[in-house]
Design a protein around this ligand. Structure first.
Ligand code: SAM
Length: 454
């Protein structure tokens, strides 16, 4: 569409471009198509577009994917889009919502989604945070941003642009800046250039596993005052920092921006007190109680032996609920020997030799989520919901299922758990029904018991 064309269209629908909503509309059709091509749309894809405006990008997606979901804040543009795409109503869903607060969790039910948007300058960072922070169903994204913001996202160490935004995005995504465009391609003309970035999930194993939450806390502190020495910003004693600096191979007088992503991740693990870091990486030597068909202890054996021989043993699953009654689900780390990458109970694990079920539940909660059950004086805080007999389906485990609320903030570590979040029960039920393969089988069994009890 030409400059005159878009002016006429906006006049016809009574829209004066709003600076507050970052409304700079694309007017070069071949450029719009080129942007869409970077998303590599496939017939089976579900695609989300943020801020479709008058449909400059959307029109090149129609007919090239299974479903297109448009999220637009401006009611007047939503009305226009509904009319414009009326013939494709089966394929296109148009939502009049604010992308900053959009609840992305229901998208897990439709499987991985692709994301595209010429984002409003005014809200690009909170929109990216909402859609791209883990856990997210987004598997690929193409975003147009103010050039300076795009440059911060792809920045390298020891440059002015390098900081928390780049570190956080690069920690989870492979990010490429693929093209920059001047103001002539938009109406009204913005005051700045724009750049397009393409994001794909970072490949497993390209960084050591770490606690994202602690990494965020540490980078917040590290970059609090860019000119200050990192040691000062982190409040570390000279001898502690000097030892770390030598290990990381950075100068003792380094500032936050001089450390690479890899060095930040190593520093995060060096300073972290997460209990997972005290556990051996290879768990096959852990010792369990082996039990008989009545769940009575008969002997002890190593984890490797118990699983190899199919001997009966004991395990716990814990469902952590918040005040709203939503259930915390964890996504198992890609490193796990069983069910890697699948969604699972909030915490779960085997009983150690000599331990009882309740003790194991409290220990697993702390080891995996770094929290304790919320308990009134003299109470355990854990509620036993169900007992599951050992059978082939449970992998010959006697399982006790507990629920609780927790005090304190959940903090996971990537070695055990890729990410986690609270999900409404109705959504979990629907998700299991539509995509059971996303879940560890033990969790599905426990969820069935939980539903039976509730
Ligand atoms: N995609 C269109 C194009 O390329 O011509 C419009 C892009 S324009 C830069 C940004 C669009 O985002 C506008 O349509 C604006 O109304 C919409 N928008 C602004 N803030 C939003 C928000 N918080 N949530 C959803 N849409 C928003």
């Amino acid at each position: 569409m030409s400059n005159e064309g878009i002016k006429k269209l906006l006049k016809g629908i009574d829209v004066v471009p709003s600076r507050e909503l970052g409304q700079n509309f694309l007017i070069d059709d071949s450029f719009s198509k080129w942007i869409v091509d970077q998303l590599d749309p496939q017939p089976e894809d579900v695609i989300i577009e943020i801020g479709p405006g008058t449909g400059a990008l959307s029109q090149h997606l129609i007919g090239r994917c299974r479903k297109l979901i448009l999220i637009e804040k401006d009611r007047r543009l939503v009305d226009h889009l509904r009319e414009k795409f009326a013939d494709a109503a089966e394929q296109v869903e148009i939502l009049n919502e604010d992308a900053i607060n959009f609840d992305k969790r229901p998208l897990f039910v439709v499987g991985p989604v692709k994301l595209i948007g010429n984002l409003p300058y005014s809200a690009a960072t909170p929109i990216m945070r909402n859609f791209l922070e883990q856990p997210t169903p987004v598997s690929r994204a193409v975003l147009m941003l103010q050039k300076e913001v795009a440059e911060r996202i792809v920045a390298v160490p020891s440059t002015k642009a390098f900081g928390k935004l780049g570190l956080r995005m690069q920690a989870e995504w492979q990010v490429d800046l693929v093209r920059t465009a001047g103001p002539d391609l938009f109406h009204p003309r913005p005051k700045v250039d724009s750049s397009i970035i393409v994001l794909a999930p970072r490949e497993a194993g390209t960084l050591p596993y770490f606690s994202k939450r602690f990494f965020d806390e540490l980078t917040n502190r590290g970059f609090a005052q860019r000119r200050k020495l990192l040691k000062k910003n982190l409040g570390l004693k000279t001898e502690v920092w000097n030892e770390l600096a030598a290990k990381l191979e950075v100068s003792e007088t380094a500032r936050a921006e001089e450390l690479s992503l890899r060095q930040w991740v190593d520093l995060t693990n060096d300073l972290d007190d997460h209990p997972v870091l005290d556990l051996p990486e290879d768990s096959s030597g852990e010792v369990f109680d082996v039990v008989d068909a009545q769940d009575e202890v008969v002997k002890q054996a190593t984890r490797g032996e118990v699983h190899r021989e199919g001997w009966r043993h004991r395990a716990v699953h814990i469902f952590v609920l918040n005040k709203k009654g939503d259930l915390y689900l964890q996504q198992r780390s890609a490193l796990k020997d069983r069910h890697p990458g699948q969604w699972d109970s909030s915490a779960a694990g085997h009983l150690d030799a000599g331990e009882d079920y309740g003790q194991a539940a409290v220990r697993e909660l702390y080891e995996e989520l770094m929290v304790k059950p919320k308990a009134k004086e003299g109470e355990a805080g854990l509620q036993e919901l169900a007992r599951i007999e050992a059978c082939e389906e449970t992998g010959w485990e006697f399982v006790r299922l507990y629920s609780c609320e927790v005090s304190g903030k959940i903090r996971t570590h990537g070695r055990e758990i890729a990410c986690g979040a609270y999900f409404p029960i109705d959504l979990v039920r629907l998700w299991i029904k539509k995509q059971p393969e996303d879940f560890a089988p033990g969790f599905i069994e426990c969820f069935g018991c939980f539903e039976g009890v509730g």
